[in-house]
Design a protein around this ligand. Structure first.
Ligand code: SF4
Length: 326
């Protein structure tokens, strides 16, 4: 591990100003950053600790939603009574992630910023365009069982590993930030994570020194909320495929449907055209099939992960059947 300095920020502006300097990194829970630093994937020269900035509250919003501070721990968010009662998909997604010890440390903001678990990204002896732009992608033609079938590029086929973000995508969350000048900004979660294209090293919409301060959830949508995660073992494993779904069925027909996939793409993957196939439809195999076909339009395997296409289809079917069972 390379030497770095450690500073505890006393204000958001101070933290953002320091974070804008080359080599500086914000640290909160540190559950991903410390692993990356030990492996020299990240080599910060300065760590700025923001844990004492008071961003750890969960508040009701005037319109009936929730505002979640960026430093709220994953375990506290999952256990919050309002989240359990009205945003069950989020609580279940959080509890499906990592381990109890990690959830006690990991924060809401850090979860959104966690980096891919592509094994080549973590091995500094291997080519990786995300870690070292222009060096190549070892996963293309390599061991790519966990990799993306949607939204990837010829530069990078890594997936986003978050469970929490998949539920937040289905819930239409908004991310609040501030920059070194103290200027606030809101970013819809749909626009927060970026696809790799030709620049896989750029993973999100944050500018240098811009810090996540909170995540806002709109009022809870009507319907059954489900988070289903398919993985290699029952805990402490990343998703092969996950689905966060909110399905509202009235009078034997689907009135509205929202669903997002995890484990398939470089960002939580939601397809409005696929949801439209379900709106007004009978909850049967034909409508589930139509939705799955639209959601997986353009899906492409890379050898080791070809199985994800039928697995995603079957997982969506199972979730929709469960959500519409009377
Ligand atoms: Fe790197 Fe992305 Fe290729 Fe993995 S998939 S080796 S993260 S460029």
């Amino acid at each position: 591990m390379k030497a770095f300095t450690y500073d505890r920020a006393s204000s958001l502006t101070q933290a953002a100003t320091a974070a804008a300097r080359p080599g500086a990194k914000i640290i909160a829970g540190g559950t991903n950053l410390l692993d990356l630093t030990k492996l020299q994937v990240e080599t910060p020269t300065q760590l700025i600790d923001i844990n004492r900035l008071g961003l750890d509250n969960i508040e009701d919003t005037r319109d009936g939603g929730l505002r979640i501070g960026a430093l709220v721990r994953n375990s506290d968010l999952a256990a919050d009574q309002r989240v359990r009662q009205h945003y069950g998909v989020l609580s279940r997604a959080l509890l499906a992630g990592a381990s109890a010890q990690l959830r006690n440390k990991a924060t809401t903001g850090g979860n959104l910023l966690q980096r891919t678990r592509c094994s080549y990204f973590y091995d500094i002896t291997m080519p990786c365009n995300k870690r070292s732009p222009g060096s190549g992608c070892a996963a293309l033609g390599g061991f790519n069982r966990m990799h993306a079938i949607l939204g990837a590029s010829d530069q990078c086929i890594a997936t986003n590993p978050s469970d929490m973000a998949v539920a937040m995508r289905a819930l239409d969350a908004t991310i609040e930030t501030t920059d070194p000048a103290g200027k606030p900004r809101t970013i819809p979660i749909a626009d927060f994570h970026r696809l790799p294209g030709q620049t896989p090293q750029i993973e999100n919409a944050l500018q240098p020194g811009e810090i996540i301060t909170a995540v806002t959830l709109p009022p809870p949508p009507p319907g059954v909320q489900i988070y289903r995660k398919v993985r290699d073992r029952a805990s402490y494993a990343f998703a092969l495929v996950s689905v966060a779904a909110i399905i509202n069925t009235v009078g034997g027909r689907i009135r509205s449907a929202r669903f997002a996939f995890g484990g398939l793409a470089p960002k939580p993957w939601r397809t409005p055209a696929a949801e439209d196939r379900l709106a007004g439809a009978a909850p049967d195999a034909a409508s589930f099939d139509a939705a799955a076909t639209a959601a997986l339009d353009g899906a492409r395997g890379h050898g080791g992960n070809d199985f994800k296409i039928p697995l995603a289809r079957r997982t969506l079917h199972a979730v929709l059947a469960q959500a519409t069972r009377t």
